[in-house]
Structure formats: structure tokens, C-alpha cells
Design a protein around this ligand. Sequence first.
Ligand SMILES: Cc1cc2nc3c(=O)[nH]c(=O)nc-3n(C[C@H](O)[C@H](O)[C@H](O)COP(=O)(O)OP(=O)(O)OC[C@H]3O[C@@H](n4cnc5c(N)ncnc54)[C@H](O)[C@@H]3O)c2cc1C
Length: 415
Amino acid sequence: MRRYSAFAIAREAARYHSGWERAWASPEPKSEYDVIIVGAGGHGLATAYYLGKNFGITNVAIIEKGWLGGGNTGRNTTIIRSNYLQDPSAAIYEKARSLYETMSQDLNYNVMFSPRGVMMLAQTEHEIRGYQRTAHANALQGVATEFIGPQKVKELCPIIELKGPRYPVLGALWQPRGGTARHDAVAWGYARACSDMGMHIIQKCEVTGVHQDKGEVTGVQTTKGRIGCKKLGMVVAGNASALADMAGFRIPLESVALQALVSEPVKPCMDVVVMANTVHGYLSQSDKGEMVIGGGTDGFNNYTQRGSFHHIEETVRALVETFPMISRLKMLRQWGGIVDVTGDRSPIIGKTPLGNTFINCGWGTGGFKAIPGSGWAFAETIAKGAPGELAAPFGMDRFIEGRFIDESVAAGVAH
Ligand SMILES: Cc1cc2nc3c(=O)[nH]c(=O)nc-3n(C[C@H](O)[C@H](O)[C@H](O)COP(=O)(O)OP(=O)(O)OC[C@H]3O[C@@H](n4cnc5c(N)ncnc54)[C@H](O)[C@@H]3O)c2cc1C
């Protein structure tokens, strides 16, 4: 595949952009692959990419029931950070964050990584203590964060109201190299690189059954027929329980709708990401000028990809306390995704009860930031047949052993 470059843009400009190639191919499925990945979201595509790049495994199909990146990967608010409390989480999220730093160069695709800084506001005494503890833990883990006072918060984000009516801003946990990236571009960049390695991305092809023989998977039944495989990777986020059900095992997670909304575009007014976990809302400004607003999950399990209406009202009402200026903005659009939430708010990466089948799910409300790290660790798990150092703590057996990686308390909200 031809490299994208300033020279290529100039060349195409001179010939009316008639020479661009398709970014990825759309082949018909073969009868068998070495590895099938179900789910062409960011995590599935990144897994395929690192299978090829790190292990030379390229006879791979990535099977997607809709369009690639059309699940949560294309629906999130794009926050990237690694300021987690527990060591295994900090390790995998920081690996991911560091891979984001060079992703555009690695993939030869501009993913618009913008390390503009992420702050998590402390608006109660309890939060101050919690975030100071996380800052100390991060120092030991090699993750660059610091606890900053209210004046520094105001300097970094002038549109904040420090003396909110219910919750004043008392400080923040600040990660200067956290930020955002263009979510679709992450999926498209990985897809292009996978296609370039000869992998098959098969869209509009739903997996409807899992064929097995003597405790091993032999292939999957799809809407395009049966496709055989030597190894199977399941990476379907909110549909993980449904796919596991087809394969005959259960996983400890719930699927709920999480939603977000954007305002009309306005002039640049905020060049950091702010998360206000006490009032529950988070805010950043996109390159187009829209204020990107994320809210909470529905209080009940569902697969609607929409979310309940009252959440929009609650989220905006809460954010207006801390950002009064947004009360004058018109909201443009709202959407939802089905997130896969585990009891300890940490992902599941590892083996399943079926010998040659592996699962990667449970990233819940916060897996966009993890895409490259998760793909890296899951590719290693599939290639070697067992998890490496990054993935090992995240096995499903932790729910049997009571060895939780509890980020529900540590992260407050796990976006
Ligand atoms: C509103 C919202 C805001 C969020 N904000 C953030 C944020 O700011 N930062 C952050 O880090 N994370 C955030 N997240 C979470 C993040 O989006 C997800 O954790 C991440 O995108 C999951 O990626 P994935 O590749 O696992 O899943 P997905 O992108 O959902 O991909 C899974 C794919 O599997 C496909 N699939 C499912 N079943 C089948 C089947 N039977 N056959 C074939 N294909 C199938 C689906 O169509 C889908 O494309 C947010 C999520 C939402 C919904």
C-alpha cells in the first residue's frame, strides 16, 4: 500500500485526487484462517495488527456484524489517560497511552492524538484524599500525574467556576500527557495496516454460532456461512455475553447503555479535558469546536445503543454548575453505546473454558484509551496460548479467586 505523505497529498492535488487507493480491501471470506477475531472495533483491529506486527501471524480474519469502528469505538468521547490506582491497570493503560504517542507514525495514519492534558476535579474532601493517593501510586508506577490546587485548575481551564453552588472545585488530579485522539481514525488506521498485511476484514457478517469439537473451537457460523479457524479471539464489547453464550460459557459482566452528546461548535475556549466525577459529567472541546459531553450509564441492563433521555438532562444540569457558559449552548446530537461492565470495573483478557478460544472484554466505559495496549497484550495471549505480563492479572479466574482489580472505587468513574 502506498504511504501517505505530504508529497502524496501534493501529487494527488495535482491530479484531482484520482490516484488514492482504497484504505482497506473488502474480500469474501476464505474457508479457514489461522486466527479469527470477532469484532472489528478498536480492540479487535489492534489485536489483529499486533498479531501480524509482533508475531508474524497474518492469516487472520476480523469479522464484523456491522461496519468497522461502528460499535463503541466510534461512539466514545475519546479521553485517553492512564492515572489508575491499581498497578496492573496503570501498567496496561500507560502502555496504551505511550503507544498512542507514536501511533500516527507507526500506522502512517493521522489519528490526531492530542496530549492536551486531562484533569479529574476534586469537589469533596473525600476526592482530594483519593486523588492524592492516586498521585502517590502513579509516582511509584512511573505514570506522570500530580495533584494541583484550585488556582492552577483555573489557570489551565479559565471557563471553570471554582465556587459551584453545590460543589466547589478544591483541586484536581492532573495528567499533562493525557488527552484525546480521533476515534474513527484509530479504527481506520489499524484497519488499513491489517489489510496491508493481507488480513481479511469482513464487514456486514454476523457470527451466529460457534462450532466445537472435543473442547476446541473449529470455526464460526456466520451470515456469510461457516468459516473455520485454528484459534478464536472474541472482542465484541457489549455483545460479549451473547457471544460467550453461543460458545457455551458465561462471563461475569453486564451490558448497559452509556451516552454522550455534543454542542454546536464554538470558538476555542478549553484546551484541556475535564472530568467532574462528583457531579458526574465530563467535557472537552473537539477540533471542530463542539463541546463533547459524556454522561453516565443507564441504571438497568439493555442493548439499545441510545440511552435514556433523563440522563442527558442530569448530565447537562450537573455540568452547568461547574461550567456556567455551557447553559447558553445548543446541543447538536446525542448517541449511546453498549458498554460491558465487570464487577471490579476492570477488563477481562485471557483464556476461556475452550482450549483455543480467548476473550477480551469488560472495558466498560473506559476502553478507548486502552486500545493499543489491549491489542498488544491480547495478541500476545493468542499467539502464545497464554497471557503475558500485561494481561496475566486480568484473567477471568480472578472472579473465582476473589483477586479483584478494583477500579470502581479508585477511578470513581472509569472513562
Ligand atoms: C458514550 C461513550 C463514551 C465513552 N467514552 C470513553 C472515553 O472517553 N474514553 C475511553 O477510554 N473509553 C470510552 N468509552 C468506552 C470505549 O468506547 C469502549 O471501551 C471501547 O471502544 C471498546 O472497544 P471495542 O473494540 O472492545 O468494542 P466495539 O468498538 O464496540 O467493537 C466491538 C464490535 O463487535 C461487533 N460485534 C458484536 N457482536 C458481533 C457478532 N456476533 N458478530 C460479529 N461482530 C460482532 C460490534 O458490531 C462492534 O463493532 C465510551 C463508550 C461510550 C459508549
